[in-house]
Design a protein around this ligand. Sequence first.
Ligand code: NDP
Length: 285
Amino acid sequence: MAKVLNFKQELTGCFGKPVSENPTQVMIEAAYRHHDLDWRYLTIEVDAADLSAAVAGAKAMGFVGFNCTIPHKVAVIEHLDGLGESASVMGAVNCAVRRDGKLIGENTDGKGFVESLRTLTDPAGKKVVIFGAGGASRAISVEVALAGATNITIVNRSEGRGTELVKLLQDKVKVEAQFVKWDGDYSIPDGTDVVINATSIGLFPDVDARIAVDVAGLKAGMVAADVIPNPPETNFVRDARAAGCKVIDGLGMLVNQGVIGVEYWSGISPDPAVMRKALEDVFSE
Ligand code: NDP
Protein backbone atom coordinates (compact mmCIF):
# COMPACT_ATOMS: atom_id res chain seq x y z
CA MET A 1 0.00 0.00 0.00
CA ALA A 2 1.24 3.49 -0.83
CA LYS A 3 2.54 5.49 2.09
CA VAL A 4 0.25 8.38 3.13
CA LEU A 5 2.11 11.59 2.57
CA ASN A 6 1.58 14.67 4.71
CA PHE A 7 3.32 17.89 3.77
CA LYS A 8 1.33 20.10 6.16
CA GLN A 9 3.19 21.26 9.24
CA GLU A 10 1.59 22.61 12.40
CA LEU A 11 2.49 26.28 12.84
CA THR A 12 3.64 28.23 15.90
CA GLY A 13 5.75 31.35 16.18
CA CYS A 14 6.63 34.60 17.84
CA PHE A 15 5.15 38.02 16.98
CA GLY A 16 7.28 41.02 17.93
CA LYS A 17 9.15 44.08 16.76
CA PRO A 18 12.10 44.13 16.98
CA VAL A 19 12.22 40.35 16.92
CA SER A 20 15.12 39.28 14.72
CA GLU A 21 17.46 38.68 17.70
CA ASN A 22 14.91 36.69 19.66
CA PRO A 23 16.40 33.17 20.03
CA THR A 24 13.18 31.34 20.97
CA GLN A 25 12.90 29.60 17.57
CA VAL A 26 16.22 27.83 18.16
CA MET A 27 15.12 26.12 21.36
CA ILE A 28 11.52 25.40 20.33
CA GLU A 29 12.46 23.85 16.97
CA ALA A 30 15.16 21.80 18.74
CA ALA A 31 12.39 20.41 20.93
CA TYR A 32 10.15 19.71 17.92
CA ARG A 33 12.97 17.80 16.18
CA HIS A 34 13.88 15.88 19.34
CA HIS A 35 10.29 14.77 19.83
CA ASP A 36 9.68 13.97 16.11
CA LEU A 37 7.12 16.72 15.63
CA ASP A 38 7.09 18.06 12.05
CA TRP A 39 6.15 21.49 13.40
CA ARG A 40 7.48 24.97 12.68
CA TYR A 41 8.18 27.97 14.94
CA LEU A 42 8.47 31.16 12.89
CA THR A 43 10.06 34.41 14.08
CA ILE A 44 7.68 37.02 12.64
CA GLU A 45 8.11 40.77 12.68
CA VAL A 46 4.72 42.34 13.32
CA ASP A 47 4.25 46.09 13.53
CA ALA A 48 1.99 47.35 16.35
CA ALA A 49 -0.49 48.65 13.76
CA ASP A 50 -0.73 45.19 12.15
CA LEU A 51 -1.29 43.11 15.28
CA SER A 52 -5.03 42.66 14.76
CA ALA A 53 -4.47 41.43 11.18
CA ALA A 54 -1.61 39.17 12.31
CA VAL A 55 -3.77 37.47 14.98
CA ALA A 56 -6.63 37.06 12.49
CA GLY A 57 -4.13 35.64 10.00
CA ALA A 58 -2.76 33.17 12.54
CA LYS A 59 -6.30 32.03 13.28
CA ALA A 60 -7.13 31.72 9.58
CA MET A 61 -3.99 29.68 8.95
CA GLY A 62 -4.73 27.39 11.88
CA PHE A 63 -1.73 28.30 14.05
CA VAL A 64 -1.64 26.08 17.14
CA GLY A 65 -0.49 29.15 19.04
CA PHE A 66 2.15 31.86 19.20
CA ASN A 67 4.32 33.81 21.57
CA CYS A 68 4.09 37.59 21.86
CA THR A 69 6.97 39.81 22.74
CA ILE A 70 7.69 43.56 22.71
CA PRO A 71 5.46 45.55 21.98
CA HIS A 72 2.47 43.18 21.86
CA LYS A 73 2.17 41.57 25.32
CA VAL A 74 -0.64 43.86 26.50
CA ALA A 75 -2.07 44.98 23.15
CA VAL A 76 -2.75 41.40 22.01
CA ILE A 77 -5.36 40.83 24.74
CA GLU A 78 -8.20 42.57 22.90
CA HIS A 79 -7.64 40.32 19.87
CA LEU A 80 -7.88 37.04 21.80
CA ASP A 81 -10.94 35.01 22.83
CA GLY A 82 -10.09 34.66 26.54
CA LEU A 83 -7.35 34.67 29.19
CA GLY A 84 -5.84 32.18 31.63
CA GLU A 85 -5.75 33.08 35.34
CA SER A 86 -2.30 34.60 35.70
CA ALA A 87 -2.43 36.42 32.33
CA SER A 88 -5.67 37.95 33.52
CA VAL A 89 -4.14 39.08 36.86
CA MET A 90 -0.99 40.45 35.15
CA GLY A 91 -2.81 42.01 32.22
CA ALA A 92 -0.13 40.63 29.90
CA VAL A 93 0.09 37.67 27.51
CA ASN A 94 3.25 36.10 26.13
CA CYS A 95 1.71 32.89 24.79
CA ALA A 96 -1.53 32.37 22.86
CA VAL A 97 -2.89 28.84 22.71
CA ARG A 98 -5.59 27.46 20.39
CA ARG A 99 -8.17 25.57 22.46
CA ASP A 100 -11.41 24.36 20.85
CA GLY A 101 -10.94 26.81 18.00
CA LYS A 102 -10.45 29.75 20.39
CA LEU A 103 -7.21 31.62 21.03
CA ILE A 104 -6.60 31.87 24.78
CA GLY A 105 -3.91 34.14 26.23
CA GLU A 106 -1.55 32.72 28.82
CA ASN A 107 1.55 34.07 30.51
CA THR A 108 4.37 31.55 30.75
CA ASP A 109 7.19 33.98 31.75
CA GLY A 110 6.46 33.82 35.48
CA LYS A 111 5.47 30.15 35.38
CA GLY A 112 8.80 29.36 33.68
CA PHE A 113 10.61 31.26 36.39
CA VAL A 114 8.79 29.41 39.17
CA GLU A 115 9.64 26.07 37.51
CA SER A 116 13.32 27.07 37.66
CA LEU A 117 12.96 28.24 41.25
CA ARG A 118 11.35 24.96 42.31
CA THR A 119 14.52 23.10 41.26
CA LEU A 120 16.27 24.92 44.15
CA THR A 121 13.55 25.80 46.65
CA ASP A 122 9.78 25.77 47.21
CA PRO A 123 8.53 29.38 46.91
CA ALA A 124 5.85 28.72 49.56
CA GLY A 125 6.52 30.69 52.74
CA LYS A 126 9.50 32.56 51.26
CA LYS A 127 10.50 36.20 51.58
CA VAL A 128 11.41 37.53 48.13
CA VAL A 129 13.19 40.70 46.91
CA ILE A 130 12.72 41.63 43.23
CA PHE A 131 14.63 44.36 41.39
CA GLY A 132 12.53 45.95 38.62
CA ALA A 133 8.83 46.54 38.07
CA GLY A 134 8.45 46.00 34.30
CA GLY A 135 6.88 43.09 32.44
CA ALA A 136 9.32 40.43 33.68
CA SER A 137 8.99 41.54 37.31
CA ARG A 138 5.20 41.66 37.03
CA ALA A 139 5.06 38.10 35.66
CA ILE A 140 7.53 36.74 38.22
CA SER A 141 6.07 38.49 41.27
CA VAL A 142 2.48 37.40 40.50
CA GLU A 143 3.51 33.79 39.87
CA VAL A 144 5.81 33.62 42.93
CA ALA A 145 2.94 34.99 45.03
CA LEU A 146 0.47 32.50 43.54
CA ALA A 147 3.03 29.78 44.44
CA GLY A 148 2.78 30.83 48.10
CA ALA A 149 5.57 33.35 48.77
CA THR A 150 4.61 35.27 51.92
CA ASN A 151 6.34 38.60 51.39
CA ILE A 152 7.53 40.42 48.25
CA THR A 153 9.64 43.58 48.12
CA ILE A 154 9.70 45.42 44.80
CA VAL A 155 12.83 47.57 44.42
CA ASN A 156 12.56 49.92 41.45
CA ARG A 157 14.09 53.11 40.10
CA SER A 158 10.82 54.73 39.04
CA GLU A 159 8.28 55.04 41.81
CA GLY A 160 5.13 54.98 39.66
CA ARG A 161 5.73 51.53 38.16
CA GLY A 162 6.93 50.13 41.50
CA THR A 163 3.93 51.25 43.56
CA GLU A 164 1.50 50.18 40.82
CA LEU A 165 2.93 46.66 40.88
CA VAL A 166 2.84 46.49 44.69
CA LYS A 167 -0.82 47.53 44.62
CA LEU A 168 -1.60 44.82 42.06
CA LEU A 169 0.10 42.21 44.27
CA GLN A 170 -1.76 43.38 47.37
CA ASP A 171 -5.17 43.77 45.73
CA LYS A 172 -5.30 40.92 43.22
CA VAL A 173 -3.01 38.25 44.70
CA LYS A 174 -3.50 39.22 48.37
CA VAL A 175 0.18 38.91 49.22
CA GLU A 176 2.11 41.08 51.68
CA ALA A 177 4.17 43.42 49.47
CA GLN A 178 6.06 46.67 49.76
CA PHE A 179 7.84 49.11 47.47
CA VAL A 180 11.38 50.41 48.01
CA LYS A 181 12.69 53.21 45.83
CA TRP A 182 16.02 52.14 44.31
CA ASP A 183 18.48 54.82 45.24
CA GLY A 184 22.12 53.72 45.46
CA ASP A 185 23.29 50.29 46.63
CA TYR A 186 20.32 48.35 48.04
CA SER A 187 20.87 46.46 51.31
CA ILE A 188 19.17 43.08 51.18
CA PRO A 189 17.16 42.72 54.43
CA ASP A 190 18.00 39.92 56.87
CA GLY A 191 15.71 36.94 56.46
CA THR A 192 15.43 37.30 52.65
CA ASP A 193 15.23 33.86 51.00
CA VAL A 194 15.20 34.75 47.28
CA VAL A 195 16.69 37.76 45.42
CA ILE A 196 15.82 38.31 41.75
CA ASN A 197 17.16 40.71 39.14
CA ALA A 198 14.15 41.32 36.88
CA THR A 199 15.54 44.49 35.28
CA SER A 200 17.24 44.67 31.90
CA ILE A 201 20.58 45.57 33.54
CA GLY A 202 23.35 43.34 32.15
CA LEU A 203 21.63 42.51 28.87
CA PHE A 204 23.88 42.39 25.78
CA PRO A 205 25.56 44.71 24.75
CA ASP A 206 25.76 46.25 28.28
CA VAL A 207 27.42 43.14 29.64
CA ASP A 208 29.58 45.01 32.17
CA ALA A 209 26.60 46.72 33.82
CA ARG A 210 26.00 45.79 37.44
CA ILE A 211 22.87 46.14 39.55
CA ALA A 212 23.24 48.52 42.52
CA VAL A 213 23.19 46.11 45.43
CA ASP A 214 25.36 45.73 48.53
CA VAL A 215 26.88 42.31 47.76
CA ALA A 216 27.61 41.78 51.46
CA GLY A 217 23.88 41.05 51.80
CA LEU A 218 24.15 38.04 49.46
CA LYS A 219 24.42 35.12 51.87
CA ALA A 220 25.37 31.45 51.41
CA GLY A 221 22.25 29.36 50.92
CA MET A 222 20.15 32.26 49.63
CA VAL A 223 18.66 31.79 46.15
CA ALA A 224 19.73 34.47 43.63
CA ALA A 225 18.17 34.62 40.17
CA ASP A 226 18.72 36.73 37.08
CA VAL A 227 16.34 37.08 34.11
CA ILE A 228 19.04 38.14 31.64
CA PRO A 229 19.35 35.33 29.06
CA ASN A 230 22.17 36.89 27.03
CA PRO A 231 24.75 36.61 28.46
CA PRO A 232 23.52 34.16 31.13
CA GLU A 233 26.64 34.83 33.24
CA THR A 234 25.89 38.40 34.41
CA ASN A 235 27.85 40.28 37.06
CA PHE A 236 24.98 39.60 39.48
CA VAL A 237 25.15 35.86 38.75
CA ARG A 238 28.93 35.94 39.32
CA ASP A 239 28.63 37.94 42.58
CA ALA A 240 25.93 35.60 43.86
CA ARG A 241 27.97 32.49 43.05
CA ALA A 242 31.01 34.00 44.78
CA ALA A 243 28.87 34.60 47.89
CA GLY A 244 27.76 30.96 47.94
CA CYS A 245 24.18 31.58 46.81
CA LYS A 246 22.20 28.99 44.87
CA VAL A 247 21.92 30.59 41.42
CA ILE A 248 19.37 30.55 38.58
CA ASP A 249 20.41 32.27 35.35
CA GLY A 250 18.18 33.83 32.68
CA LEU A 251 18.46 30.80 30.40
CA GLY A 252 16.65 28.73 33.03
CA MET A 253 13.59 30.98 32.88
CA LEU A 254 13.71 31.23 29.08
CA VAL A 255 13.91 27.46 28.65
CA ASN A 256 11.17 26.73 31.18
CA GLN A 257 8.70 29.23 29.70
CA GLY A 258 9.41 27.56 26.34
CA VAL A 259 8.79 24.12 27.86
CA ILE A 260 5.39 25.29 29.13
CA GLY A 261 4.55 26.81 25.72
CA VAL A 262 5.31 23.53 23.91
CA GLU A 263 3.24 21.66 26.51
CA TYR A 264 0.30 24.02 25.97
CA TRP A 265 0.51 23.74 22.18
CA SER A 266 1.34 20.06 21.68
CA GLY A 267 0.54 18.22 24.91
CA ILE A 268 4.11 16.86 24.88
CA SER A 269 6.50 17.63 27.77
CA PRO A 270 9.70 18.51 25.93
CA ASP A 271 13.19 17.81 27.22
CA PRO A 272 14.52 21.08 28.77
CA ALA A 273 18.14 19.90 28.42
CA VAL A 274 17.78 19.69 24.63
CA MET A 275 16.31 23.20 24.54
CA ARG A 276 18.97 24.71 26.81
CA LYS A 277 21.76 23.09 24.80
CA ALA A 278 20.35 24.59 21.58
CA LEU A 279 20.41 28.07 23.15
CA GLU A 280 23.87 27.63 24.64
CA ASP A 281 25.14 26.61 21.20
CA VAL A 282 23.84 29.78 19.51
CA PHE A 283 25.01 32.06 22.32
CA SER A 284 28.51 30.56 22.23
CA GLU A 285 28.88 31.07 18.45
P1 NDP B 1 10.64 46.48 30.94
O1 NDP B 1 11.15 47.52 30.02
O2 NDP B 1 9.16 46.26 31.06
O3 NDP B 1 11.19 46.78 32.44
C1 NDP B 1 12.56 47.07 32.67
C2 NDP B 1 12.81 47.22 34.16
O4 NDP B 1 14.21 47.41 34.35
C3 NDP B 1 12.12 48.42 34.79
O5 NDP B 1 11.78 48.12 36.10
C4 NDP B 1 13.23 49.49 34.75
O6 NDP B 1 13.08 50.47 35.76
C5 NDP B 1 14.44 48.63 35.06
N1 NDP B 1 15.67 49.24 34.58
C6 NDP B 1 16.14 49.24 33.30
N2 NDP B 1 17.32 49.88 33.24
C7 NDP B 1 17.61 50.29 34.51
C8 NDP B 1 18.70 50.99 35.10
N3 NDP B 1 19.74 51.40 34.37
N4 NDP B 1 18.66 51.22 36.44
C9 NDP B 1 17.61 50.79 37.18
N5 NDP B 1 16.54 50.12 36.68
C10 NDP B 1 16.55 49.87 35.36
O7 NDP B 1 11.37 45.15 30.50
P2 NDP B 1 10.91 43.64 30.83
O8 NDP B 1 10.51 43.57 32.25
O9 NDP B 1 9.99 43.16 29.78
O10 NDP B 1 12.29 42.87 30.62
C11 NDP B 1 13.35 42.99 31.55
C12 NDP B 1 14.42 41.99 31.21
O11 NDP B 1 13.88 40.69 31.39
C13 NDP B 1 14.90 42.07 29.76
O12 NDP B 1 16.31 42.12 29.77
C14 NDP B 1 14.46 40.76 29.15
O13 NDP B 1 15.45 40.25 28.27
C15 NDP B 1 14.34 39.87 30.36
N6 NDP B 1 13.37 38.80 30.18
C16 NDP B 1 13.82 37.54 30.27
C17 NDP B 1 12.97 36.49 30.11
C18 NDP B 1 13.51 35.11 30.20
O14 NDP B 1 12.77 34.18 29.87
N7 NDP B 1 14.73 34.92 30.67
C19 NDP B 1 11.53 36.68 29.85
C20 NDP B 1 11.13 38.05 29.81
C21 NDP B 1 12.05 39.07 29.96
P3 NDP B 1 12.12 51.74 35.55
O15 NDP B 1 10.72 51.28 35.85
O16 NDP B 1 12.63 52.71 36.54
O17 NDP B 1 12.30 52.19 34.14
